[in-house]
Ligand binder design. Structure first.
Ligand SMILES: [Zn+2]
Length: 174
């Protein structure tokens, strides 16, 4: 298990802790700082992109438009938040395990609808959440980098999203 210290709006941190620790087993989320824990910061402020990931600083997730995107995608907002966080942590883990890789290296082989495809803005991510999935090429790439347990955690979270969407009538999602 990888300890993850989450900071940000208290309500968001609390939701992430409850849901995140329930539906995947790789990351242990906590709102309390812990020595050696990976860092995730949830930001309410508008930023350029959805995610920013560095080896030293950890993961920054923008919650800008999170209400609208989760409503559009037909998933609870807490689940949307968790997907973003776990996606960021997968990237962070890949960087940590592979000192020679840089951020741009993570986006080389892409199906444009794949959640792991290179995207700039939060709006560009909205479509990817319509049916969030990871293409076989990215799965293979992530496994080769050694981040297999983290990728499996992301897939567990995505499976919850898909089942939530299946319970939401399509007309509500439009
Ligand atoms: Zn892909």
């Amino acid at each position: 298990m990888i300890d993850v210290y989450v900071s940000g709006p208290a309500e968001d941190v609390a939701q992430l802790e409850v849901l995140g620790n329930k539906i995947q087993g790789r990351f242990r989320f906590s709102g309390e700082p812990k020595p050696g824990a990976a860092r995730v910061q949830l930001l309410r402020a508008v930023r350029g992109g959805l995610l920013s990931v560095t080896r030293a600083g950890g993961v920054l997730v923008s919650l800008d438009q999170s209400e609208g995107i989760s409503l559009y995608a037909g998933i609870p907002r807490s689940l949307y938040m968790l997907i973003c966080v776990v996606l960021g942590l997968v990237y962070w883990r890949v960087l940590e395990l592979n000192p020679l890789l840089i951020w741009e290296d993570l986006f080389v082989r892409e199906d444009p609808e794949c959640l792991c495809a290179a995207r700039g803005t939060v709006q560009e991510y909205a479509l990817a959440f319509e049916r969030p999935w990871i293409c076989p090429a990215c799965l293979e790439f992530l496994r080769c980098t050694g981040a297999e347990p983290e990728t499996a955690a992301l897939q567990d979270v995505l499976a919850h999203a898909t089942s939530a969407q299946d319970r939401t009538p399509a007309k509500v999602r439009l």
